[in-house]
Design a protein around this ligand. Structure first.
Ligand code: B16
Ligand code: MG
Length: 217
């Protein structure tokens, strides 16, 4: 029997671009708290969980757990407000077609997103029913770059990790997928995702036939 194969898609940065919404919400929080932050610093938060992002922004500042939780809630409220007008047109170019192409080729498809808002975002994009499994920030304890999220997605699909292709835009996400023993397609510049097995500039540039034909993996 032929072994099942799957594609696991990261969400933010691969299927839609919410990076700016995350940035604006973190910037507002940082400004309120008098913490140094800017767009360049935000680049390091790509794919990083909400908690780990806040810890990076806080730097040396120590805060109690309840303050940490309040700050995360404040940022998330701002983030959710900015998603209010999101719709199916906010899927990145080529994203919907890529998921459909994977399905047409008989591959299983899953989401592997650090976001605890992943299901909400999928709903906004009209993609709620497009995946066989959704592993998100609520599914695991250890966030990317730990392999747990992608291993969870593979387990949900019943597919061996070595038979999974991950599509990721974040350095931490590429690290996580490599640690999971999966084939990785990095979306973005070389200095961010150049350590993936394959690299493209945008989601629309991904050609699954090239990735699937690569016998080196
Ligand atoms: P939330 P991904 C990640 O999503 C984002 O890239 C990252 O900026 C965000 O901090 C993280 O989700 C957690 O998101 O606050 O919504 O739980 O790229 O892994 O799909
Ligand atoms: Mg991402």
């Amino acid at each position: 029997m032929e072994e099942k194969r799957a594609v696991i898609f990261d969400l933010d940065g691969v299927l839609t671009d919410t990076a700016d919404f995350h940035y604006l919400a973190w910037q507002a929080l940082a400004d309120d708290e008098g913490l140094p932050f800017d767009r360049a610093a935000n680049e390091h938060l790509r794919g990083v969980s909400r908690r780990d992002s806040l810890l990076l922004i806080l730097g040396d500042r120590q805060v109690e757990e309840d303050v940490l939780n309040e700050m995360m809630d404040r940022k998330n409220k701002l983030y959710l407000e900015s998603l209010e007008h999101m719709g199916p047109e906010d899927a990145l170019p080529g994203a919907r077609e890529l998921v459909e192409d994977a399905r047409r080729r008989g591959l299983l498809v899953a989401i592997g997103s650090s976001s605890k808002n992943a299901r909400f975002v999928l709903d906004k994009l009209g993609l709620s029913d497009a995946f066989d499994a959704v592993a998100d920030g609520t599914s695991i304890d250890r966030a990317k770059p730990a392999p747990d999220l992608f291993l969870k997605a593979a387990e949900m699909l019943g597919v061996e990790p070595s038979s999974c292709i991950v599509v990721e835009d974040a350095a931490s996400g590429v690290d996580a997928a490599l640690a999971a023993g999966m084939t990785v397609v990095g979306v973005g510049p070389h200095d961010r995702v150049g350590h993936a097995h394959h690299r493209v500039d945008t989601t629309a540039d991904i050609d699954l036939s090239v990735v699937l034909a690569d016998g080196s993996r």
